[in-house]
Design a protein around this ligand. Sequence first.
Ligand SMILES: NC(=O)C1=CN([C@@H]2O[C@H](COP(=O)(O)OP(=O)(O)OC[C@H]3O[C@@H](n4cnc5c(N)ncnc54)[C@H](OP(=O)(O)O)[C@@H]3O)[C@@H](O)[C@H]2O)C=CC1
Ligand SMILES: O=C(O)CCC(=O)C(=O)O
Length: 424
Amino acid sequence: MAYIEPAPIKDKENPLESMMSRFDIAAQILGLDDATYNVLKSPTKQVIVSLPITMDDGRKRVFEGYRVIHSNILGPAKGGIRFDPDVNLDEVKALAAWMTWKCAVVDIPYGGAKGGICCNPRAMSAGEIERLMRAYTSAMMGIFGPDRDIPAPDMGTGPREMAWLMDEYSKAQGITVNAVVTGKPLVLGGSLGRVEATGRGVMVSALSAMEKLKLNPAKATCAVQGFGNVGSISAKLLHERGVRIKAVSDITGAYYNDNGIDIEEAIAYKEANNGTLDGYQHAEKIPADDLLTLSVDVLVPAAKEDVITMANVDKIQARLIVEGANGPTSARADAIINEKGIMAVPDILANAGGVTVSYFEWVQNRLGYKWGLDRVNRRSDRIMRDAFDHVYQTAVKYNIPMRIAAYVVAIDKVAKTYQFRGGY
Ligand SMILES: NC(=O)C1=CN([C@@H]2O[C@H](COP(=O)(O)OP(=O)(O)OC[C@H]3O[C@@H](n4cnc5c(N)ncnc54)[C@H](OP(=O)(O)O)[C@@H]3O)[C@@H](O)[C@H]2O)C=CC1
Ligand SMILES: O=C(O)CCC(=O)C(=O)O
């Protein structure tokens, strides 16, 4: 079947519409029947909770929290928890569906879920964040579970928050249940390599794509948007492989150095500077959005959704986009990217290293056994390379872009599993 460009989307770009428009194209290519289509597009469960928290000044504030289980056809649901002021139900629904497709692309036995709380962690104390995380966990007691739904970090959360979640859940169960969450600190049963895993997967995907494009990493240049977990590690690992990182950014702006940024040094600066790049001296500060349209070979968006849109896609100069973030490209921008001949390694493939090592963490917790870093990295690199090859071959087979090929691979797997399980 021929590749069909996404139908134009009205109004504002919306991650859920973007996800559905790619899903629809892949469903048509696969000739998905109506019953399976309707099952796969509808989230299994959507939970919204109100979380009253006592702030440090004694006032009570109520935060809204979400957890969406998109699918548990392949296994227990899996996906991170986001703390961000923009969190809303549609965003969480899109992110949950992307988890389903992502787990299927890398062939790990999980369904997809995502959670989030609409809050601004940058303006909250550690105590306030802890109370919020514990209240959220308590509200989700019937949802979470090592065989049900296993959360992990996402934007605005990390090992510290996962530790509070594990503790709150374990106290309620009366036993230590470390397999209820991944991305934990090492001493609580976290896996070696999980902190670096998403960025490492981005690096492996970027190198695989560069090989296809005959781009020599030692001569290539790159810009990375977002300097949190995914962005900073992607930049560091690409830099270590010889790629010149010309620009990085965080919420305070973008920082450009034509000779390349010393990423180790920028990470050390950020750590010593209250977690931000503000005031970073070894680069010129440029308008944040300019980073995306710089003259570089590789662009790694690793902050948030819908940053490559109709407003800027025309100006993108990179030959390769490797999506560290979830949903950084709007569906409407896809068509222009394809027209321009840019290779885009989609989020559900490029950033799947994180959930892959989360899976290893869960396996280790259940075995009561710890793997060495070497084993973790070797296995996750292999999974990422195999997934890249599978998606690439699918793209060639149907003559479709990598993004749609990734959806085809994922939806085919989930649909077949659904049908074998007796979904009819
Ligand atoms: N953590 C993980 O394992 C995985 C994460 N992802 C995805 O990767 C993306 C980033 O997540 P993660 O690195 O964990 O999150 P972090 O919170 O660690 O980092 C987010 C980064 O993005 C920056 N940022 C936020 N808003 C903007 C903006 N408007 N412009 C530029 N930079 C911005 C933040 O700046 P500041 O530091 O100043 O706040 C920070 O540097 C998300 O889309 C997430 O869903 C995908 C797979 C796994
Ligand atoms: O590690 C995980 O389980 C999920 C990470 C995540 O939220 C993501 O891949 O978007």
